[in-house]
Ligand binder design. Structure first.
Ligand code: ATP
Ligand code: PRP
Length: 305
């Protein structure tokens, strides 16, 4: 089938074709009940149950396609959006808008130098060689540091490499690098230390400023629902009315806790959404406050603000 001829009228949704963001992006898509089958080696997949086509692209290229309005929405890293925006000619406004923080893919784009060297601040790299995959962000970072508005006046030499950036210092190609740090293991293994942060990144849902496709809103709302479901659990417990105020302060819920009277006089059942990462502490506090029969339930999906 010639897929390109079947794109008319469909929402074009860009997904990372490989790399760190791909699996979590696909999990989100599946949580939104977007059903598709991707043929081997094809970068376009038609969605079976909605007028959407998924376009599999490198995370770094997604802001360009979305910015130019070729694709309506996409999932990529905030670092990639920032790099795209920084690469635009002076005065050109970016066509990409960030719609949602997706809560995964956290990392920082950091200036790194040899741990054993004498450099402690980024300004010590001025006039030296800096290697990175993020040349536009690095150029704008060092332009600010050097106080120049025309990048061609930059004393610092920014050089591009596509991967294994951390090897550049050891190989004598760079005095410092600008690269992503997540756990910091790669940086430490390469004998480097971070001295500045250029951008803090998370995976984001982005939208083209030019899109008018009605499904963009619907998909954003579905994704938001799945993210909330992943972030919260539902906590239910029984408690005596006398302790209710204390317990509700522990589990205030998103808007307010739901309280239902029990057949047993003076007892109520409470249910409230609680952030997953806080649930163990919340349960400890509930038990201390006199709550009984505490249950924690997984939330499959939500539609809440
Ligand atoms: N430890 C990490 N290292 C790199 N990127 C990360 C990390 N954690 C999260 N990310 C995010 O994942 C995005 C894609 O990076 P990744 O290296 O996986 O892409 P890729 O398309 O495979 O690129 P490449 O081929 O250049 O490695 C990054 O821009 C960043 O937003
Ligand atoms: O702080 P950490 O958890 O160690 O992760 C950071 C490393 O991960 C990325 O590289 P990737 O593995 O994508 O390979 P690459 O060097 O080829 O880009 C990034 O460029 C760092 O090198």
């Amino acid at each position: 089938m010639d897929l390109v001829n079947h794109l008319e009228g469909r929402l074009l949704f860009a997904i990372p074709k490989k790399g760190r963001l791909q699996q979590a992006a696909l999990d989100l898509i599946s949580g939104c009940d977007i059903q598709f089958r991707r043929e081997t080696r094809l970068d376009i997949a038609l969605v079976k149950n909605l007028p959407i086509a998924l376009i599999f692209l490198p995370a770094a290229d997604i802001p360009t396609f979305v910015g130019e309005g070729r694709v309506d929405i996409g999932i990529t890293g905030r670092d990639q959006v920032a790099e795209h925006d920084a690469s635009l000619p002076a005065g050109e406004v970016s066509g990409v808008t960030e719609v949602l923080d997706l809560g995964f893919g956290s990392c920082k784009l950091q200036v790194q130098v040899p741990e054993k060297g004498d450099m402690l601040e980024s300004k010590q790299l001025v006039g030296k060689n800096v290697v990175t995959s993020f040349t536009s962000l690095a150029t704008s970072f060092f332009s600010q540091l050097e106080g120049v508005s025309d990048p061609s006046q930059l004393k610092t030499k920014i050089k591009f490499v596509g991967g294994s950036v951390e090897a550049a210092c050891a190989l004598g190609v760079a005095d410092g690098i600008v690269d992503l740090v997540e756990s910091g293991e790669t940086m430490r293994a390469a004998g480097l230390k971070a001295i500045d942060t250029v951008v803090e990144s998370n995976a984001v849902l982005v939208k083209s400023k030019n899109t008018t496709h009605e499904l963009a809103e619907l998909i954003t709302s579905r994704i938001r629902g799945v993210i909330v479901a992943q972030k919260y659990v539902l906590c239910q417990y029984n408690i005596n009315r006398e302790q209710l105020a204390v317990a509700c302060a522990i589990t205030p819920g998103k808007r307010a806790a739901t309280i239902t009277a029990l057949e047993e006089p003076n007892w109520v059942a409470v249910s409230a959404m609680v952030e997953k990462k806080k649930i163990a502490t919340v349960m400890d506090e509930l038990i201390k406050s006199g709550a009984e029969d505490v249950l924690v339930l997984k939330i499959q999906n939500t539609r809440t603000e």
